[in-house]
Design a protein around this ligand. Structure first.
Ligand code: ZN
Ligand code: ZN
Length: 374
């Protein structure tokens, strides 16, 4: 079949929306009709070259839609199912999967880095030349062939644009608060960076019953949005922010500090905003070669816990359903972080808007989104 897709052909170049050929799903694969797809900074890291990737590639690693058909040997998924696409598929057979750490499953690392299907080939092509699939998803297209392990079924009354965001930003942030940090009720939380992930950390901290949630961001216009998601205070990023966090927490620092920017200088500052005995959780991704200075004596003396969290330490089969339930119960206001909806043809505008850092999350919506979309 033919699909419309946003293709990256050169680092730093605008994306081109093109007609590509999409081969039918092979063994263990499914064809999904996309209804909504999120626009995430990790996509931009591929455009900018910070995350090196073979080209050409169709980007997009957040998405939700409906299964159109299934290839041979697909189990537990059927035509008509609504699915969230997950960019960390898991095998359910390895050491990590068997130890409830499916988010650390390494079974698909090679095709994930190479931008192919698990068998090492591509389903997308143009004039016979293969086009790669970002994260085995390539969700910035009206249809995608994906491995069955990347599909997580979701209730049909969950709006697709909310479901799409569960596939990356929301789960990364909410999961970091609930699964990784296990934020306790009544605690004080500081979140550096109020983009899609930081706003989701705020939602998760509120859900956990944090008493105080301080958002820190370079864009003062984010304050209203951060407060709508659950922040109780807002600080403008800068040299004074750490001292202000300490001043707001009886001089101690916060119980939990989340770094959702991905900058080494911010990571280092965040350690100073953690109280003795508190936790620092890195969520924002810096460049692969970057290194922070860790004052290890103070980490020892003050027993600060420093850790990372990838994809919200999510067990997707459990957490996507749980987060969808919480959204529909009105306890996880995912829809409020959607700042604007775009057509696929507006993808470059969507990326430019994201880079301003002044808005929430942009979402691509496709034609005939079908039932469940709002
Ligand atoms: Zn993402
Ligand atoms: Zn595994």
């Amino acid at each position: 079949m033919q699909v419309q897709a946003a293709v990256l052909r050169g680092v730093g170049e605008p994306l081109s929306v093109e007609t590509l050929d999409l081969a039918p799903p092979q063994k263990g694969e499914v064809l999904v009709k996309l209804a909504a797809a999120g626009v995430c900074h990790s996509d931009y890291h591929v455009i900018s070259g910070q995350a090196g990737h073979d080209l050409p590639v169709v980007l997009g690693h957040e998405g939700a839609g409906t299964i159109v058909s299934t290839g041979p040997e697909v189990e537990g998924l059927a035509t008509g199912d609504h699915v969230v696409l997950s960019w960390i598929p898991h095998c359910d057979r390895c050491f990590y999967c068997e130890n409830e750490q499916r988010h650390l499953c390494k079974s698909f690392l090679d095709p994930l880095w190479d931008g192919t299907m698990p068998d090492g080939t591509c389903r997308l092509s143009k004039d016979g030349a293969p086009v790669r699939h970002l994260s085995m998803l390539a969700s910035w297209a009206d249809h995608a062939v994906v491995p069955q392990e990347s599909c997580v079924p979701i209730r049909k009354d969950a709006p697709f644009e909310v479901a799409a965001l569960l596939g990356c930003a929301v789960t990364t942030g909410v999961g970091a608060a609930l699964n990784r940090a296990r934020v306790k009720a009544g605690s004080a939380v500081a979140v550096f960076g109020a983009g899609g992930v930081g706003l989701s950390v705020i939602m998760g901290a509120k859900l956990a019953g944090a008493r105080q949630i301080i958002a820190v961001d370079a864009a003062p216009e984010k304050e209203a949005l951060a407060r709508a998601m659950g922040a109780t205070g807002f600080l403008e990023a800068g040299a004074q922010a750490v001292a202000q966090v300490r001043a707001m927490t009886e001089g101690r620092g916060a119980d939990y500090v989340f770094e959702a920017v991905g900058k080494v200088a911010v990571q280092e500052a965040c350690l100073e905003a953690v109280r003795p005995g508190g936790s620092l959780i890195f969520v924002g991704m810096p460049g692969n070669d970057e290194t922070m200075a860790l004052p290890s004596a103070s980490v020892i003396r003050d027993e600060k816990l420093v850790t990372g969290s990838i994809f919200g330490s999510a067990q997707t089969g459990r957490d996507f359903a749980r987060f969808a339930d919480l959204y529909l119960e009105g306890r996880l206001p995912v829809d409020r972080m959607i700042s604007r909806r775009y057509r696929l043809e507006e993808i470059n505008e969507a990326c430019a808007d994201m880079l301003t850092g002044r808005s929430g999350r942009g979402v691509i919506v496709f034609e005939e989104a079908g039932d469940g979309a709002s």
